[in-house]
Design a binder for this molecule. Structure first.
Ligand code: SAH
Length: 213
């Protein structure tokens, strides 16, 4: 688990790429500048770790593109101490970004293989989520609700109702919605039954799957 001077340099270049693509939240850029993304990837892809691209992480899943991670993190608008639920732990890279932003992170993953691997790996890097859960993200996490923020890191064919109902008033849900292509959508809870909704263009994610295998 090495993080060299060269990696740091490549990371700074990646931060510059994200700035050029329009990311301007300093705390998000700082997190991406700090987290050793190469350690979250299979060894075959190490050389590509600091390109702005998604890569396979096993179990037919991918580590999200850095731009997408930054964009979703920016939309969540996290303050230190916020309680945040992530759906789709995957490699844990987005989880690490949320930890760097000072969030208390709860993250759900439905693939056991990834859940086990990432549960071991994140603490080794010093990232301690409040809870990593093996389960179905469509249900959210009713025992720990309400949340200041909920982030979905897989393409959702529809917006799961529990994720909306588990938001605090003023809380934000960032979710890519659609089948083949997804529209990044932000919901802000304004009242018990009122939600403000805004759309932010198209992205491509692996699908949010319903049944466990
Ligand atoms: N945040 C991850 C992205 C991984 S890709 C990262 O930065 O690496 C999306 C992840 O969502 C995959 O790991 C996939 O297994 C998981 N997933 C798919 N459907 C799910 C569901 N219903 N509940 C929880 N996780 C799910």
């Amino acid at each position: 688990m090495k993080d060299t001077f060269k990696h740091k340099g490549l990371r700074q270049q990646l931060v510059n790429v994200l700035i050029n693509k329009g990311i301007n939240d300093d705390s998000v850029l700082k997190a991406i500048g700090k987290i050793p993304r190469h350690l979250f990837m299979d060894s075959g892809f190490l050389d590509h770790a600091y390109q702005d691209k998604a890569f396979p992480i096993g179990a037919d899943q991918t580590i999200s593109q850095p731009y997408t991670v930054a964009f979703q993190s920016e939309l969540l608008n996290i303050k230190r101490g916020d309680k945040v639920l992530e759906i789709g732990t995957g490699s844990g890279y987005q989880t690490a970004v949320l930890c760097e932003l000072g969030a208390k992170v709860y993250s759900i993953e439905r693939q056991q293989e990834l859940f086990k691997k990432t549960s071991k790996f994140l603490p080794k890097l010093g990232y301690r989520a409040k809870k990593l859960i093996f389960g179905d993200g469509y249900k959210g996490l009713p025992d720990e609700a309400p949340f200041d923020g909920v982030i979905v890191t897989a393409g959702a064919p529809f917006v799961p109702k529990p994720l909306l109902s588990q938001l605090k008033i003023g809380g934000r849900l960032v979710i890519p919605v659609g089948e083949d292509v997804q529209v990044m959508t932000l919901f802000i809870r304004k009242g018990q039954k009122e939600f403000e909704q805004e759309e932010f263009g198209e992205f491509r994610f692996v699908p949010l799957l319903e049944d466990k295998n």
